[in-house]
Design a binder for this molecule. Sequence first.
Ligand SMILES: Cc1ncc(COP(=O)(O)O)c(C=O)c1O
Length: 676
Amino acid sequence: MYVISSKGNEFAKAPNTSSKQDDERDGDSLIRVIIENDDHRGQEGTVVLATVDDEEDNEEEKLIRSMFLPRTESIGSEKDLVDDDVVWLGELQDQKLRELDVQSGITKSYVGLKQIEKQLKGAEKDFLSSSGVRSSGLTEEELLKRFSLSDVPENPVLELGDAGKSVYRYMDNLVSSAVVDSVNTASPQMIGHMTSSLPYFMRPLSRLLTTLNQNCVKTETANTMTFLEREAMAQLHRQLYRESDEFYREYGQNPKVVLGVFTSGGTLANVTALWAARNRCLGADAKSEFAGVEKEGLFSAVKHYGYNGVALIGSKLLHYSMSKAAGVLGFGTGSLVSVPYGRDFRVDTVAFELAIKDCIKRNVLIVAVLGIAGATETGSIDDLDELATLANKYGIHFHVDAAWGGPCIFSSRHRKLLRGIERADSVTLDGHKQLYMPMGCGLCFFRDPSTSLTVRKTAKYIIRNDSYDLGKFTLEGSRPANAVFLHSNLNILGVRGYEILVDRSIRMVRFMASRLSKSRGFFELVVEPMTNILLYRIISPELKGYKEYTPQENAELDSLNIELQKRQTLEGKTFVSRTTVYSPVYEYPITALRVVIANPLSCEADIDRVLQNQIDLLCEMYPSLQGKSRPCFVQEEQQQAAQKAHLDELKHFPENSKKSSVEPSIQGQQRVAPSR
Ligand SMILES: Cc1ncc(COP(=O)(O)O)c(C=O)c1O
């Protein structure tokens, strides 16, 4: 086996292969080898040695990445959770608890908490150290069978005197039916969706939040957390809009307004932004009795202002949450005007202005101009500055959906991609994407804090007029104190930590693009990645090597890619997603494999493993590829060695070295080579 150094010019011989010839294509990236290991002795393959980006993990980057290691040692060892800690009701030793039980008259209630904790922590530990992405072969039919109940037990399942054991049994069932087979979203080889590993401190924090059970709708149930949330919102608002110290002193903790609202995700953040936009452009009319759309409804508002209809304008690549927003807010999904994009998947701003003019000509009110910063399917970022100029020219609310790409703002290298975001009236960011917060965290920011007044509500018993209650401005009512996750990440990772993560993800995707472009035609890049999302296709042996394809050939490739992605998912070792996207090259939709790399644990070896997995599946589907012509993307040994070296390096980073010796299994190390 040959390996190439990151500088792209040093070769070293590794065991189990011998070189046949060097193949000079695209520089020095391809080597033909004869494989000498037992499984494939005598077979010929191609090793693709793409030149790795010139940057390497530096110490700072290692430190940040090490925060995302599964750190199963924090769960405790078997020894820490021995059975004699378990206390069942019948054996209750604690006199005080016994008295409490007697006082409350609940003499048969439970204990057994430690037993349940042991059980769930064990499941957590197993999950964190599991290999692969999904349980192999687990079908939806099987899951349908597994969860087919529709009745609720008439009585508590608790058995008298043995309640803890009954709860234990439920948990046991939960673990075997749902936990064990959960998708390993933190797997470094799950590079198909926007969900990834989290910093290690998120787990203890989420437990703390459940213990505190604060309700951020009002200060009476979330006193400290209300102010903490406002502080975190001000910190992130400042990253986006870069207002002055004075601005944040005035508005950061001002009970009359908010700088933005916390939501349960990007969808509700988009709904909130468009709700505010709607109320701004169809507000109360000072010249008449009209009280505004929020009170009088959309029908009366449109009639009052004399429009023929309403519209939202944005790229064809808008996330489908915009359709939900259009439906919920009464515009109707038909109000969305989709503007085409160019070959770079950025919205065509000339066509955008024509769409604006067309609406104006038809006397249709444009509620918002919508820009995308990180399209879900392609990662592309619209020309936000140009869209801001258009919105400004025509006096329209400008909203940017930066649910995915917003964190580029932290990167001095990539921030320029977001130029113009600071001119947006509202911006959506997703906490549970590249801000590395757990599921259930979205954010909607307002450039002008007074925008929040358009959606403000009060009530007599809570969210009173003069209170700091955040519920005055949020679409949701009762809400957890998830802002703690944002607050901790912002203050622990800091701007530099996020910058490292963003830069690294983009670098990884570029590495993958370079691998694909040097794959001898087995893969085709569908779009040059702008950020950290990549679209590509696998090409069948008979269609390999063409620059363009006929509609018939593209249909064949669509079927191949769909079938391959299904097989890959069912097999469960690695994962990429797939989408069908309108191709500006062919001018019709094609199916592509979709890669999203934001998991700080994913490294080059993981990318190779994913591609090798796909090549292996292709070989299964095409018998002609078996035997001598079986393509070999990268050898297992090389991948495993690289992966292990990488994780060892992270593990032995000074911060982690104390723990590493007691940690039996770090995710990734345990992952075994797929046997063929
Ligand atoms: C660009 C964009 N906007 C909005 C959303 C919706 O976010 P959520 O799923 O958190 O509601 C997504 C989700 O993928 C997205 O990619």
